[in-house]
Design a binder for this molecule. Structure first.
Ligand SMILES: *Cc1c(COP(=O)(O)O)cnc(C)c1O
Length: 406
């Protein structure tokens, strides 16, 4: 899964280019930087590799989501429909622009259920935000159609699915805007960073200004820039962009290894007929950073997790259902609107209402789901050993469950 597994001479070289000039900032200092523009170069590479018209780097994936929302005019009182299974960053961004996160069920794609989305649309809905979780994708045809019918904005949180595609288009480039994160555990990393991708020039120009205090970046003298609107500072540094540049050149290699290792591990699990797999709307586009699989019941899934733990093979296997970061069941701070400062009355009421909201359809899926992170460093031997140990542990639990009919 993560690019940090392949950190080496290429990253050091790119960072050194920047250290040699000492210009760590992405804007200005045209003379002393001696032609070194790592952030610009990375943005260009992103548009080429992922096939979008524009890319704006940011200081994190969360900042990229916030920026995309601002650039698309989403703000106070607007409702954004998003899944109950995602990383906390997705709703943090929604809250940061004053909007209301409307959490809805996922389906067996582990992403937004189009049916649940339709049922959640109100006159206040402004945007639908699918999250392409764990390397694979939402049913984009269905979501694009819903957005077209109801004239809604589509933002893709593709932070976890760098390199995934849907019917030939890169995830993150299909909606009005899409984002990646380059934090330390993502498919390509630059320690901290993110990007807003779009094919809409207006969204790009606004993102460009918003991430740098509203600077219009039109002149050569930064101090003389005008401020057409109020912005913020979500800039990436040249040092971070330099690492990202080395990493994006390795993306194809990462994806090839990920797909190979994912397939090899899956072949072991496929010897167990009771196991089902995540539904992938376009199999060819799975980035394969995770292998997500379902056990027959929540009880069995919990027993498998306990057995993995017992045998010391739990590392890299995520049981999101009880994970503090990724599923609504553990987001008490959200449900209690625990913020450090005052928030809008409407926003607060919508969060408190989550205490009463049930997600039975998502619970039924997440309770049975385990996601195995795919390492780039596994050898064939290690995959075999891992696969055999996992299969033996799962079979032990299944056998026990049949005897005791749990
Ligand atoms: C990692 C992640 C983010 C945010 O990324 P940061 O760069 O850590 O701010 C947003 N959404 C999802 C689904 C993520 O996994």
């Amino acid at each position: 899964m993560p690019g940090f597994e392949f950190f080496g001479a290429e990253e050091r070289k790119e960072v050194n280019d920047v250290l040699e000039t000492g210009i760590l900032m992405r804007y200005g200092f045209d003379g002393p930087r001696k032609g070194i523009w790592k952030a610009l170069e990375l943005e260009k590479a992103i548009t080429e590799v992922f096939g979008c018209k524009y890319a704006q780097l940011t200081s994190s994936g969360t900042a990229a989501l916030t920026t995309a929302m601002c650039a698309l005019g989403i703000g106070v009182g607007d409702e954004i429909i998003m899944p109950a299974f995602t990383f906390v960053a997705s709703f943090e961004a929604v809250l940061s622009v004053g909007a209301i996160p409307v959490l809805v069920d996922i389906d067996e794609t582990l992403t937004l259920s189009p049916e649940a989305v339709k049922a959640a649309i109100t006159p206040k809905t402004k945007c639908i935000m699918p999250v392409h979780m764990c390397g694979s994708m939402a049913d984009m045809d269905a979501l694009v159609a819903i957005c077209a019918e109801h004239k809604l904005i589509l933002i893709e949180d593709a932070c976890q699915s760098i390199g995934g595609t849907y019917k030939g288009q890169a995830l993150g480039t299909i909606g009005d805007a899409g984002t990646f994160s380059f934090d330390f555990v993502k498919t390509i990393t630059c320690a901290e960073g993110g990007v807003v991708m779009t094919n809409n020039k207006d969204v790009f120009v606004k993102s460009d200004g918003y991430t740098d205090h509203g600077h219009d970046h039109l002149g050569v003298d930064r101090g003389a820039d005008l401020h057409p609107f109020i912005g913020y500072n979500f800039r990436i540094s040249e040092l971070h962009a330099a690492v990202g540049l080395a990493q994006i050149r390795k993306l194809e290699t990462f994806l090839t290894i990920q797909r190979k290792n994912n397939k090899a591990l899956r072949a072991h699990l496929e010897t167990i007929p009771e196991i089902r797999y995540r539904v992938v709307p376009d199999e060819a586009g799975d980035s394969c950073s995770f292998l997500s699989w379902f056990l027959p019941t929540e009880t069995i899934a919990k027993a498998v997790v306990a057995e993995f733990k017992e045998q010391g093979i739990l590392a890299g296997n995520f049981y999101w259902f009880v994970n503090n970061w990724h599923y609504i069941s553990k987001w008490d701070h959200l449900k209690h609107a625990t913020t450090l400062n005052g928030i809008g009355v409407q926003q607060k009421a919508s969060l408190l209402a989550l205490q009463e909201t049930q997600f039975p359809a998502s619970d039924a899926i997440m309770g049975r789901c385990i996601s195995t992170a795919i390492s780039l460093l596994w050898t064939d031997e290690q995959i075999k050993e891992k696969g055999e140990k996992m299969v033996a542990a799962i079979q032990k639990v299944l056998k026990h469950s049949y005897t005791n009919s749990i």
